[in-house]
Ligand binder design. Sequence first.
Ligand code: ADP
Ligand code: MG
Length: 700
Amino acid sequence: MSTKLQTPIDYLKGVGPNRADLLRKELGIHTYQDLINLFPNRYIDKTQYYKINQLQRNNADVQIIGKIIAFKEVAQKRGKRLVGTFQDDTGTMELVWFRGQKWIRENLKRNKAYVIFGKTNWFSGKFSMPHPEIEGLEEHKANLSSAMQPVYPSTEKLSNSGISNRVINKIMQQLFLETGKKFTETLPENLLTELKLIPKNEALFNVHFPMSQELLSKAQFRLKFEELFYIQLQLIIKNLIHKSKIKGFPFEKVDTYFNTFFKEHLPFDLTGAQKRVLKEIRADLGSNAQMNRLLQGDVGSGKTIVALMSMLIALDNGFQACLMAPTEILSVQHYNGLIELCKELNINIKKLTGSTKTSERKKIHESLENGELQILVGTHALLEDKVKFKNLGLAIIDEQHRFGVAQRSKLWKKNMSPPHILVMTATPIPRTLAMSVYGDLDISTIDELPPGRQSIKTVHRYDKNRLNVFKFIRDEITKGRQVYIVYPLIQENEKMDYKDLMDGYESISRDFPLPDYQISIVHGKMKPADKEYEMQRFIKGETQIMVATTVIEVGVNVPNASVMIIESAERFGLSQLHQLRGRVGRGAEQSYCILMTSHKLSSDSKTRLETMVRTSDGFEIAEVDLRLRGPGDIMGTQQSGVLNLKIADIIKDHDILQLARHHAKNILKNDATLSSTNNKVILEAYKALGKYKNIWNYIS
Ligand code: ADP
Ligand code: MG
């Protein structure tokens, strides 16, 4: 039976070589099994009829019985639209056609009973339905078929080649006929009973051919649970293997470097959150297992000092440490910061970036290999093969969202044994996602800002208010403050963006002329040395305005800068806006963030801007971001499989995810090798997913 499911799709009656080819290429369907797991995106629910006064503004598909009482033509920018007034016994709404108006006028009759179906819009106080599906009530009653119609994922090519939704539906029926609806159960009896899950057979049948809304919900719940359960199981197993198999270097002691720094050179009191996080890291470093920890903390929450103190523990135990950052500017800043903080400690710290000279590079390579060099700070340059450590004990990656998972693993291959790894990010990942993506990472969170920080006043201004904004900038500069003005730089549109940046720079230079005002400019096309020079002028306060692209997005720390102007803010993503805003509010002065936009804004842009104005809580912002963008762009999601989910939705099915994780954890806690009778089903299903590999050798 299960072998039957491995049958190539070509063999299914009604498929044939051409269709099989298309199904493979377009939807990745190779076998019967793949086809079964092609789940509908949605269902057209024609079991329900709505009254006009029951309509909600949520734009869902609705079906209404009524009649058209009038037609009118409305002129618009291009051509005209046809509007029909549709009435039932509770009210009226509008039907709208932009095309095919002649046919509509000739074929639809006034005052005849129709059933309309489609999405509704809410516009100037009225509901309307553009291009409704429409059918006479009599015909409608005559050919009422399956009431819940599944809508399968499709592609343009598929529908152009005649593989319509209807065809897929037919093939699916054939599949159920041939396989006789006998699918192997993949969850154990006790779990089915405990969670009141319906059996696999029933679930699969009802997800493809739902008999009612209720059965459909049960089917979906069961299948979503199963999918998330096995992902969680896999992640937790990975984590278990990791902890048992990969031995770290236990850093047994905390000694002179750490203690001297802590007692004599710490420039401020640590916040409670910093202390807690340090303790968590300390516990990891002291244990036998290799640390693999994510440190998340909002912009400005003080992750750098935690990184330094962790590195000092490595040094205390005779190990080397490295700190990698995504940009040259940030590496340089980290390097300068560390040198300053450690100046009394007599530590050998060096910096390695793309622009390090060959001779210097050589020296660094040597001293790394003979162990004289204790801390290395730098960019991706650290990942080069030539960079070999004598005994790298701790690798820290800052602003991890800019790096891929592949890079993380590259770092850890730099030793015979992997070093402890700490990745830091100011782009917090919503908990839901963190759980599913980072099942294999432990997470520490700094959820408290250093004392005395004032919240940053954020406003949204349209381009036409520019004069006022400039006046505001002038006032702030007069008070001694410094200002960032940031322009978007999006790869696809690079030329235009540079033009915008340079035009902006020119106009700002005119409004803020020499010698009263000094302006720095930094963008990606400049040589690193020039960037660094301009950066330094701003850091030292020699320039009052920094015009830049997003190269300054991450990490840059100039406490006297208190105004962040973001040009064309509608073009930035939420996490970018949040990062940029985090460049100000680092000193004692009230800081401001001004989001400049044109008048034309998409609804997503509006949501982003409103969110920025409303809150500065990185977690809240991350949640909104996730809702707007979906998980696709968020780091690590590609590797984690959450994007390949067939039926569950990582955002909407949050609760099911938690339930699945809870049970996966529990089961493994009591039976790590899944060898009990109860768990046999799980073991078999897990093996069938192809994730089995040689995992068990490690665990048992
Ligand atoms: P991020 O978490 O964004 O990397 P940083 O480590 O750059 O933040 O810290 C931001 C600023 O806050 C720095 O100027 C740093 O010196 C300062 N800072 C960090 N921790 C504290 C603290 N406990 N008390 C006061 N200032 C702090
Ligand atoms: Mg930082």
